[in-house]
Write a protein that binds this ligand. Structure first.
Ligand SMILES: *Cc1c(COP(=O)(O)O)cnc(C)c1O
Ligand code: SF4
Length: 345
């Protein structure tokens, strides 16, 4: 059993994840963007091969920045009233207690921010919680990062307790990749730290069916048994999951372990990620293929997060168009169109 997270090119060579002749160039990538592969991810690459390796092993393609790419691809900075908070929508905020992850995904939308230093100080965290306290419109707090499940159970508990006493906060949502990349961190103590009478949701980032290992299933079961509803978040990635069979297996796998696929994200315009992006038409065709053939539980919403901070927008295919004042044309899952009458009063 390997015990250490790999962070350097020579360690990747040593683990057989990189040919020695590519060490130098990967060192250059690692100076630009953080690298980390947990022992669990290394095992997952050994058993799962290319679609897993591609997500975590750095590539020189990352040094090519396309003109449309940005340091802050979804416009977080514009909506950050103070450190650790992003407040784009009136009813919910992001709380980012740390910008550290157990792994660094090569396509990460926050890759210019994560892995470059630490957590909020106690004073900054208090200021962020005070901001939430002072804004009665905030109904939901989404704890993200970085990866909040890297915090100790004690610190997670302190955040949950602090949100618990804010009356207008009704929903607490964690976004994490820990159950996939380091499932042993989902300890009974961490699960217990999430306990409150308020609704706590956990959204899990998973992109390929081979990420759903026995250890991950067990971690999700620990969360599920505590009564925590689980959501799945996936990114559409070229060379990883950009075909219908893989997405079908991923979404079926998640639903079968009680994780409801929530969003399929179109890959964001982060620096050096063009080799991961499909076209929007590819994404829409894939969603169209799943619709009708695969259980409705397995259908996430396909979204683009607009650059500039304009938010997430569903970009799934549209099946209905108005014909005239009293009828619509609606396409079924086999592609046949039907006239749908609208009763006019
Ligand atoms: C993604 C995001 C949310 C959450 O959006 P939902 O559609 O509720 O999942 C909230 N705030 C910001 C700034 C976001 O980027
Ligand atoms: S876990 Fe999330 S925040 Fe961290 S590197 Fe991966 S995509 Fe980025």
């Amino acid at each position: 059993m390997k015990s250490r997270t790999l962070r350097r090119a020579d360690e990747l060579v040593g683990a057989g994840l990189l040919p020695a002749r590519r060490r130098r160039e990967v060192e250059r990538v690692a100076r630009r963007f953080a690298v980390a592969l947990t022992p669990h991810v290394v095992e997952m690459i050994e058993s799962g091969g290319a679609p897993i390796a591609r997500q975590f092993v750095p590539s020189t393609a990352e040094l090519r920045v396309a003109p449309e790419e940005r340091a802050d691809p979804i416009g977080d900075d514009r909506f950050a009233p103070l450190k650790g908070i992003v407040h784009r929508y009136p009813d919910r905020v992001l709380l980012k207690p740390l910008l550290v992850c157990p792994v660094y995904c090569r396509f990460c939308f926050r890759r210019e921010a994560v892995g470059k230093g630490g957590a909020l100080t106690a004073r900054e965290l208090t200021a962020a919680l005070d901001y939430i306290h002072g804004n009665p419109a905030i109904w939901e707090v989404i704890i993200t990062g970085g990866d909040p499940f890297l915090l100790s159970a004690r610190r997670v508990k302190a955040i949950v307790r602090a949100l618990d006493v804010i009356p207008h906060v009704q929903v607490i949502r964690f976004h994490t990749r820990v159950p996939i990349v380091e499932p042993s961190r989902v300890t009974p103590a961490l699960v217990a730290a999430l306990a409150t009478d308020k609704a706590v949701y956990v959204a899990i980032h998973a992109n390929h069916p081979r990420e759903l290992t026995a250890a991950t299933r067990a971690a999700c079961a620990r969360l599920g048994k505590a009564g925590i509803p689980l959501l799945g978040q996936s990114v559409l990635l070229k060379g990883v999951n950009d075909n219908a069979a893989t997405l079908e297996a991923l979404f079926r796998g998640l639903v079968a372990m009680r994780v409801k696929p929530y969003y399929l994200h179109h890959a964001d315009l982060a620096h050096g990620t063009a080799h991961f992006r499909t076209t929007l038409s590819t994404g829409r065709d894939l969603m169209r293929t799943l619709r009708g053939r695969v259980s409705g539980l397995c259908q996430p919403t396909y979204v683009v997060d607009l650059p500039g901070g304009y938010g997430k927008v569903p970009v799934a295919p549209c099946y209905a168009e108005a014909i005239d004042d009293d009828s619509w044309s609606i396409e079924d899952s086999t592609g046949r169109r039907h006239r749908y009458p609208i009763a006019t009063p």
